[in-house]
Design a protein around this ligand. Sequence first.
Ligand SMILES: [Zn+2]
Length: 198
Amino acid sequence: MKAPSSLEALIEALRCLPGVGPKSAQRMAYHLLQHDREGAQRLAGALADATRRIQHCALCNTFTEDEICETCASERRDRSLLCVVETPADQLMVEQTLTYRGLYFVLMGRISPLDGIGPREIHLEKLAQRAADGVVAEVILATNFTNEGEATAHYIGEMLKARKLRVSRLARGVPIGGELEYVDAGTLAQAVLDRRET
Ligand SMILES: [Zn+2]
C-alpha cells in the first residue's frame, strides 16, 4: 500500500531536520496527523512566518526581523569592540556574563572542511569588511575551544592581523574542547576579561 502523495511529501519535508531519517520522519508525520492537527497547523504557521520575516542583520549577521538588529542599533554599546561568536546561542551566553558591552559578529557556523564548510560559508568576507569600518579597534575571537572552533579562530586571526587589526582570543578559563553554550557565566565572564592578544 502506498501512502497518499501529500503524506509522502510531508515525510520527505520533515527529513530536512537535522538527525531525522526516514523512520523518524514517518513517525512525526503520523503523530501530527493522528494526534495533533492543531500543533501541526501552528508549526506550519510558525515556519511560514519565521522563514518570511527572519533575516540576517546587515552588520553582525545574527537573526533579526529588521535590517539592523537591536544590539547593533543600540546607542549604549561600545562600537570599538567586536566579539566574534559561532552562533546566536553563544552570543546570548556572552551577553549573560554582563561584562561585555561591545558589538558582535555571528558566524552562523565554524570552519569544518569535513562538512564542506569553508571561509565563505561562515561569511568571513562580511566579517573582514565589518571589522575594517575604522571604528572597531579590537576583535575578540570567542569561537568554541573545540578543534574546529580553534581552527576558525586561528584562520580569522591571521586574516584580520594581515589587515592590521588588533585581535584577541578568549582566555583559557574555558576548558579545552569546551563549547561556550555549556560554560557557566562566571567562567565565561573571566575569559572575556582575561582575553589575550593573538
Ligand atoms: Zn546586528
